[in-house]
Design a protein around this ligand. Sequence first.
Ligand SMILES: [Zn+2]
Length: 222
Amino acid sequence: MALFRALRLLALAAPLLLAACVGGADRPAQRPAAKPQTSAIPAFTSPEARQCIADLGKAGVRFTPLANQEFGGGCSAMDSVKLLDIGTPTSNLGAMTCPLARNFAAWAQNAVRPAARKYLGREVVKIETFGTYSCRNIYGGRSGRLSQHASANAVDVSAFVLDDGRRITLLDGWKGSDDEREFLRTLHASACKRFGTVLGPDYNAAHHNHFHFDMSGQGYCR
Ligand SMILES: [Zn+2]
């Protein structure tokens, strides 16, 4: 009986222990990957979603609309797109909700490019990100709220490559040379006008190497 009880306790504790092993900052601690299921709910049926798709087209962005997907554990990508071309090559862009994609493309076009010219006298040839959709909790914790990444509603931007080969990372550039600091702070300020939530290196240690942008909240800017 005691053995049975011990085994039962172990079985209950095992998933928690596993989850604790893969902790870390804003990135790891993915929830168990469930087979993606195409949702029965069709995508882009609401007027807002249709408007967003139209806006993306008008902005000269190339993208693929995605079928609604449910991944289990509360993770999903609804009314989402995959950006193919926003004018600047950008790494690791997976599913993004349409409003996030629309604002991200506008930020790249109307904030990143002009700021690079103004502060660095260069063109940005690549934007690097840590990705968009990821089924995980906030800060990769084993409990707590799901991250906006778990609903494809967030993107983490980590670096910019210029046409002279120079690479400006959030990790080094946020406290780097004057031109790097001005460039990155201008991008942060511009993002705060475009996304619901913006978190950068000044927010906490989990964001020391990237900007987190998501469409939740109303102008939370740190
Ligand atoms: Zn993030």
